[in-house]
Design a protein around this ligand. Structure first.
Ligand SMILES: *Cc1c(COP(=O)(O)O)cnc(C)c1O
Length: 383
């Protein structure tokens, strides 16, 4: 018997009640009874995002809703600024290029923070820009970007934030920070199987939407809002009923725990993970700061192949971690700790990493990672 521990930054483990909600009998979604579930989910998403704006829900992976945001905000040839410091920033660049938009990519080295002055200067100097896109938690490196500063630096533009792995794990205050559009989904800190994406839309974004001429159909925001405002609120197309039931349970669990407590738990998990990584004698790739609370990225010793380590960890110990992409491939190991995760999951991962590294020839002090993490827990958890 080998217990499988899913410790990647998405998909994440589902709590038992969320898993159980998948097998509820199907209902007709065109009923007041189902509309109650649907609108409760949207309301709870709004609370999570700290926004009074409209929230729309789509049956798709998050990239679908990202494309939808471009389709709904822009016209052919419009300018889009993308701040990129990792793989997901690059996904937005590629997507905007695929739509024939004029992309101003402000690229930074992966794992380095955004240069907000450079971004503000590009906003001022580039004619034709309508929208600025930034990734909140850049999951490819663990870096949590300053989306509040980004919204300020790009204030003349409609700001779109990809908070796929940020929302529910890292602080995000949509309205107070002046973010127009937040796009996220359910398979990271929201502890629900993949397949739902959502999008919050400010008045200013709706105004730009009314001028936008890119073709759209499935993800049409106007259509979605019309159905949301119908007598029986619903979606224009068949919703992913079972996933919405699951997300409903997950969001209620999050709000029962309390959003501040949930965010605080992620900060603590980040600290435990980083203490453990240092205790193993390894270097952190993601900075040792509280806000990088969803994913911990670890620089591996030069002679260790990250992909081989991931294979050993899952094959021998059932601990599923992940490597890294692009320039970091093979060199960085990523530990996800967002969603239904506690300190004991992190301890198990640290123990497995130590054993896996030993198998590949790197010998850390026995128990070095676990004992450093335990010291942190003693200092911070005992009364
Ligand atoms: C996980 C993640 C996504 C996921 O996109 P999918 O289309 O659902 O695969 C997008 N952006 C970021 C930053 C992510 O972490």
């Amino acid at each position: 018997m080998k217990k499988y521990r899913l410790m990647v930054p998405g998909p994440t483990p589902t709590p038992p009640h969320v898993a159980a909600a998948a097998v509820l009998p199907l209902e007709d979604e065109r009923t007041q009874a189902y509309a109650q579930v649907f609108t409760r989910v949207l309301g709870n998403l709004g609370r999570l995002l700290v926004t009074d704006n409209d929230v729309l829900l789509f049956a798709s992976s998050m990239t679908g809703a990202f494309e939808g945001a471009l389709q709904n905000l822009l016209s052919p040839g419009d300018g889009v600024l993308v701040a990129s410091n990792g793989a997901f920033g690059e996904r937005w660049v590629a997507m905007a290029e695929a739509y024939g938009l004029k992309v101003t990519a402000i690229r930074h080295e992966w794992g380095h923070p955004w240069d907000l002055e450079r971004i503000a200067a590009a906003v001022a100097d580039t004619p034709g820009l309508r929208v600025a896109v930034g990734v909140h938690c850049e999951t490819s490196t663990g870096m949590v970007n300053d989306v509040r500063g980004f919204a300020a630096a790009t204030a003349p533009l409609v700001t779109v934030v990809d908070s796929a792995s940020g929302v529910g794990a890292c602080e995000l205050r949509t309205d107070p920070w002046g973010i127009d559009v937040v796009v996220g989904g359910c398979q990271k800190a929201l502890m629900t199987p993949p397949g739902l994406a959502f999008c919050s839309i400010s008045e200013r974004a709706w105004a730009l939407h009314r001028e936008a001429r890119l073709p759209r159909f499935y993800f049409d925001w106007t259509e979605a809002r019309n159905f949301l405002r119908a007598e029986v609120p619903r979606t224009p197309w068949t919703p992913a009923i079972s996933l919405i039931n699951q997300l409903d349970v997950a969001l209620r669990q999050i709000h029962e725990e309390g959003l501040d407590n949930v965010l605080d738990r992620h900060v603590r998990l980040g600290r435990v993970a980083r203490a453990g990584v240092r205790g193993l004698g390894l270097r952190l790739f993601s900075p040792d700061e509280d806000r990088h609370a969803a994913v911990t990225a670890v620089e591996l010793p030069a002679d260790i192949d990250g992909d081989a380590l991931v294979d050993v960890l899952v094959a021998r110990y059932g601990v599923q971690l992940t490597g890294a992409q692009g320039p970091l491939q093979g060199k960085v190991l990523r530990l996800g700790h967002c969603g239904f995760v506690d300190a004991f999951d992190v301890l198990a991962s640290l123990a497995a990493i130590e054993l896996g590294l030993a198998e590949l020839g790197y010998r850390a002090a026995p128990g070095g990672g676990v004992s450093a993490a335990m010291r942190w827990l003693h200092e911070h958890l005992l009364p």
